[in-house]
Design a protein around this ligand. Structure first.
Ligand code: NAP
Length: 251
């Protein structure tokens, strides 16, 4: 029998991990997506989509599907899913490991202002109208309606559903990864004065930070939430080893 593994995904790491465990006879993985993206990329392992229904729902799912290990590979800002995973795994005794991306660190030339929340980021833009690149998710843009004096450009995979968005907002629909040259072009052509970003960490979205540094642009960096974790793993190889240690031998 193979080890039943639930991978909580929605990130590049989760997709890479899915590729690495696909076809492994000792593992029976399922990748869980929240369902935020209408056309997610095809995955090489079984997937399920949509919330579990809180901690209770996740406990039920773990039991019903006889899950024997959970890897939380959700985004550093997806703190609710992680809190639920910690609670549900504690209740059921299912081992939990969490892939934690190291944060980006400011380097020489970076002009970061670190703020604790999305609201403070909107306030930190100040009273004078600026051209702002919002490198955020579509669920987060509405916060900037509180600072309607700015011209915003937001790059998203798909259009936001909410209507309470900032009045002067232009959407650029695109799916990463983006390289440094493309980011330099976007920031220059759009005459961006300031960028707002999460400290997502990882390589996939770092080019915009390098481009801001090269152009001497200020970045309002929204600090990470306190995200609960199981056993902390910092790369995908560690996750594969962790799963192999739990998997039955001799399959
Ligand atoms: P969140 O605030 O932590 O989660 C909100 C609710 O969405 C959870 O309570 C859960 O619903 C459901 N959910 C979240 N991730 C799920 C998953 N992988 N599988 C099944 N249900 C999930 O999360 P979020 O910030 O909205 O992020 C949603 C998804 O987008 C995550 O998969 C995350 O990895 C990905 N993502 C997030 C960001 C970001 O900046 N937040 C960026 C890139 C990708 P129930 O309580 O009903 O179980």
């Amino acid at each position: 029998m193979a080890l039943n593994v639930l991978i909580l995904g929605g990130t590049t790491e989760a997709s890479v991990l899915a590729r690495q465990v696909a076809g492994n006879p000792r593992l029976a993985p399922i990748l869980s997506l929240a369902g935020r993206t209408t056309n997610p990329r095809a995955q090489p392992i079984a997937t399920r989509t949509g919330g579990f229904g809180g901690i209770k729902g996740l406990v039920r799912y773990l039991r019903d599907e006889a899950i024997e290990a959970v890897i939380d590979a959700t985004h550093p800002y997806a703190d609710q899913m992680s809190a639920h995973a910690v609670a549900a795994c504690r209740e059921t005794g299912v081992p939990l490991a969490s892939l934690v991306r190291p944060e980006w660190q400011a380097e020489a030339g970076d002009r970061w202002q670190v703020v604790p929340s999305f609201d403070t980021a909107a306030r930190a833009l100040g009273p004078t109208p600026r051209r702002v690149f919002l490198s955020l998710g579509r669920q987060e843009l509405h916060v900037f309606a509180a600072a309607p004096q700015h011209h915003y450009i937001a790059r998203l995979i798909e259009r936001p559903e909410r209507a309470d968005l900032p009045p002067d907002l232009r959407l650029v629909q695109a799916r990463g990864p983006f390289d440094r040259e493309a980011e330099l072009r976007l920031l220059t052509e759009e005459q961006i004065d300031v960028m707002v970003s999460k400290n997502s960490g990882g390589d996939a979205t770092y080019a915009k930070i390098e481009a801001a540094r090269a152009l001497g642009l200020p970045v309002i960096m929204i600090a990470r939430p306190n995200k609960p974790a199981g056993q902390v793993l910092t790369d995908i190889e560690q996750a594969v080893v962790w799963l192999h240690d739990l998997a039955p031998r001799g399959v």
